[in-house]
Design a protein around this ligand. Structure first.
Ligand code: ATP
Length: 863
């Protein structure tokens, strides 16, 4: 139960907070807003314990429960403790409490369901009681529809070695059985969730996990993107049906995503007509499976048919989606380690997908079961992962072990902890989440009104980004083991660095904050991680490495088996469960030494490793990306490995290739390395076929007097391109469902602050809200325009690219030319600009106001 006075305060002082602050279902102020009518009624009846000064009261009530924060004023409710107060109050909101306030329950139900917070479910004593309480709150449809999702969510949290889709006796589980198995586990484990899982990305992960559990080849992304299926979006009440439909399709094991999608359409129509009263995911799954069988009895391909289909891709007379260079690399023998180097747009990821198809075809022809589990593919960003996943889906493939390297480490860590301790569940806070949390903390410190202005949001985002980036860098440099172990002095130093940074420091001053505030914010951030027993993303790699090193040492040890200590045995099991699989590493140029060690430990016995990379796209120096791996270390480790290059470019028009080559040719370091074996940098051969709209010129350089002019120009061009595309679609009959997925515009900038400001103009002046998304959000949905930092855009492509804000202040390297790392930093910044430019498929706009950065000139823009 919450303390009475905290509840009293919640009820008493709704006016204390600006209701427009409501951002998310778990928003504290939203809660206050919705509580307002009840509060007034209650206050009129004088039922509330006194809380003259709400702010004081909250502090007084909660202060003792908060960790000591010596430099905080208890009276400053908008200081960082609010974050904790919010968390605590939300945690306390159990349904038990709701039941005591029937008016509130009714209010929640009537007012819409945004407040029905899964976190409340998470705080329930058990899953069963959650269901019971939910049933008691009938009428709240979201609550009801979230339940199956809640169940499925737990799949994502299951230990990774939970045998995919098999029960103890080795039988393939039916969808309904899986759900029941999960329910059982939930009851045993009292799963707790934080509210972030409601985000769409998490839903994807859930579906992915479900698909992983049952051997199948359905690409969940194609399903999710089908707006025709669920026009309202997946988090509305359709989500219940959606999850059921997917479950059904998975059970049915349709072969190809396109087939699966057609199937889902047909089945869904029938399903609705049947007016089925779906009580739970299990019955839905069963019903759908039956319907699916009726609609498409042939779709379940036999192993031999699938093998033939895959091998056909590589027949000489087949119209290949690969050229000869890609073909040669893709069809290397499984045990031949290979390093494939090529510039942006050369089809490296496409080749990797081809390699999977080739090897899988071979394995199937040998009669191997579950061939998709033979592959582990890793990327360095989610965008790159999604892009590779899309390419695999085009070949009808779905890999359960395709993930970012961080996620793979998490997989290992969970596997290990589960072997040792079945109850411990590792929850990781990733970079995106860290930034979001830091923004919330800073917004609290600043105060909600100030935070909500355009500049306020942008400044907060910029400080948060700098803070998190420095934390991560610091962690990497010092192998910081746990979030818990950082001293105040270290954090103070980081904060001081941020305050001195010209961009983040400027934002800090605009927010009227000091370095001490940032230091405090970082401390709160880390304290929350510790309090929730989570793992910060930077801890994952060390954790996974420790396990594998231990496993490798145990492997060499004699005798093995029972004689080994439990930790060694578990580590050995983990290592051996991955050995022998085919490892595919995309974007190898971004690999750090530690990550390299991890890959070596996993592949050194069987040598099944294919790496692709582009030295000119190495943009994660700040995360220890190590070029030596491609230059020397790979050969040292894998003598006799194959080296291949791809020389054709299928993405960009010639003018874009020229601009990118002109720019990157200024980098000397790689040239030097090329002499040592990376192969010479040459202009790529343009293979792009002219398609719709073929704009001329393909590269546009524009300068402006002010940032606002620049932003307005970009918006106007976006509208023009949107119009062109619509006209084209109408003329050629491209239907609504495909429009968003077949045409993309990217607005790329050096930092989030530039993007925030751009987004504000797009939203407010040009009403483009419906068409735009940040690359970090709404990943399930296809939007016309994606706003992204160049870092986050790596591995993606777009028809129209705006590389905006190419100013000296945003792109300059903040070192003096005589400082030791100056050249290195300059080259990395240039590579970043190169990555931005090479995302372009049809037309590139490079824009700036004020002073241009040098890359603008180097790429061909006039001063
Ligand atoms: N053989 C091919 N024929 C036609 N198009 C191709 C071929 N290979 C690749 N492509 C297309 O070229 C574009 C770039 O391919 P891909 O993303 O695989 O390149 P990449 O080298 O991984 O790029 P980056 O390093 O920039 O991420 C994609 O649109 C892909 O569909």
């Amino acid at each position: 139960m919450p303390s009475d006075s905290a509840v009293a305060l919640l009820l008493a002082r709704p006016g204390d907070v600006d209701p427009s602050e409501l951002h998310s279902p778990t928003d504290f102020t939203g809660l206050l807003e919705y509580l307002a009518p009840i509060t007034q009624a209650a206050a009129a009846e004088d039922q509330l314990p006194g809380a003259d000064d709400g702010r004081r009261a909250i502090c007084a009530v909660n202060w003792q429960e908060l960790p000591s924060q010596p430099d905080l004023e208890p009276a400053n409710i908008y200081g960082a403790p609010v974050e904790m107060v919010k968390a605590r109050v939300l945690q306390d909101l159990e349904y038990r409490w709701l039941e005591n306030y029937p008016g509130l329950a009714a209010g929640l139900t009537a007012k819409g369901q945004r407040l029905v917070d899964p976190m409340m479910l998470g705080s329930m004593a058990s899953f069963e009681s959650a269901v019971a309480k939910a049933a008691a709150l009938r009428g709240s449809s979201v609550l009801a529809s979230w339940l199956p999702l809640q169940v499925l969510m737990s799949v994502a949290q299951l230990p990774e070695h939970f045998a995919p889709g098999l029960d103890e006796s080795g039988q393939i589980l039916k969808a309904g059985q899986i759900v029941r198995a999960i329910q059982k586990r939930l009851q045993a484990r009292h799963a707790t969730y934080n509210h972030w899982w409601t985000r769409h990305l998490e839903v994807l992960q859930v579906l992915e996990a479900v698909l992983w559990l049952v051997p199948s080849h359905v690409d969940p992304h194609s399903l999710l993107r089908s707006k025709r299926l669920f026009p309202g979006g997946i988090l509305d009440s359709n989500c219940h049906l959606f999850v059921s439909v997917v479950t059904g399709v998975v059970e049915y094991q349709a072969y190809h995503p396109a087939e699966a999608l057609n199937l889902v359409h047909a089945v869904y129509a029938d399903y609705k007509n049947a007016g089925a009263e779906v009580k739970d995911a299990a019955t839905a799954g069963e019903l759908l499976a039956r319907l699916a069988q009726r609609h498409h009895p042939q779709a379940r391909a036999t192993q031999a048919e699938r093998a033939k289909r895959l091998r056909d891709w590589f027949r000489p007379d087949h119209s290949l989606p690969f050229d000869e260079e890609q073909h040669d690399a893709a069809t290397l023998p499984m045990d031949k380690p290979a390093l494939v180097i090529a510039n942006a747009g050369a089809g490296k990821s496409t080749m990797l997908a081809g390699r999977v198809a080739h090897l899988m075809g071979e394995l199937m022809a040998q009669g191997q079961p579950h061939t998709e589990e033979w592959f582990v593919a890793t990327t360095f960003s989610r965008a790159a992962r999604d892009s590779l996943r899309g390419k695999l889906a085009q070949l009808g493939l779905y890999l359960p072990y395709l993930s970012t390297l961080d996620s793979f480490c998490l997989r290992l860590a969970r596997q290990y902890t589960h072997l040792l301790n079945k109850d411990r569940h590792i929850q990781v806070v990733d970079e995106q989440e860290l930034r979001a949390r830091m923004c919330t903390i800073l917004a609290d410190i600043v105060g909600c009104r100030a935070a909500q202005t355009n500049d306020g949001e942008a400044n907060i985002a910029s400080v948060a980004e700098a803070g998190v980036r420095r934390l991560m860098k610091h962690a990497g440099d010092h192998s910081a083991s746990l979030a818990h172990g950082w001293s105040d002095a270290e954090l103070g130093e980081l904060a001081a660095g941020i305050a001195q940074d010209s961009e983040a420091g400027g934002s800090l001053r605009s927010l009227q904050l000091s370095a001490a505030h940032v230091g405090y914010g970082l401390r709160v951030l880390l304290a929350a991680i510790k309090e929730r027993e989570e793992l910060a993303v930077w801890e994952l790699l060390d954790y996974a490495l420790t396990i594998l090193r231990r496993g490798a040492a145990a492997q060499k040890q004699e005798p093995r088996g029972e004689a080994l200590p439990a930790e060694d045995r578990a580590a050995l099991t983990v290592l051996e469960s991955w050995e022998g699989k085919c490892f595919l590493v995309d974007e190898a140029q971004d690999m750090s030494r530690k990550q390299w060690e991890l890959v070596c430990l996993l592949t050194e016995r069987f040598q099944r490793l294919t790496m692709v990379g582009d030295p000119d796209q190495n943009i994660f120096g700040w995360r220890d990306a190590c070029m030596e791996i491609m230059v020397h270390l790979f050969d040292e480790e894998y003598g006799g490995a194959a080296h291949m290059t791809l020389t054709r470019n299928y993405r960009s028009p010639q003018a874009v290739l020229d601009a990118s080559f002109a720019l990157i040719s200024h980098n000397q370091e790689i040239e030097h390395k090329q002499g040592q074996g990376l192969g010479a940098r040459k202009p790529m051969i343009c293979m792009r076929r002219p398609g719709f709209g073929n704009p001329n010129p393909a590269v546009v350089f524009e300068r402006f007097r002010s940032v606002l002019d620049e932003q307005r120009f970009i918006c106007a061009r976006i509208l023009a391109h949107k119009h062109e595309w619509q006209v084209h679609c109408n003329r050629t009959g491209i239907d609504e469902a495909q429009r968003a997925s077949r045409y993309k515009i990217a607005v790329l900038a050096r930092n989030n602050k530039q993007l925030q400001s751009m987004a504000y103009v797009m939203r407010t002046e040009y009403r483009l809200s419906q068409d735009m998304a940040f690359s970090t959000e709404d990943e399930h949905e296809e939007r016309l325009v994606t706003l992204s930092t160049v870092h986050a855009a790596k591995g993606t492509e777009a028809d129209i690219v705006f590389l905006m804000g190419m100013t000296e202040s945003a792109w300059s390297v903040r070192l003096r030319p005589d400082e030791p790392c100056y050249e290195q930093c300059m080259e990395e910044a240039r590579r970043l600009a190169y990555v931005g430019i090479t995302r372009t498929k049809r037309q590139l706009y490079c824009t700036y106001s004020e002073r241009p950065c040098r890359f603008w000139v180097e790429a061909g823009g006039r001063r």
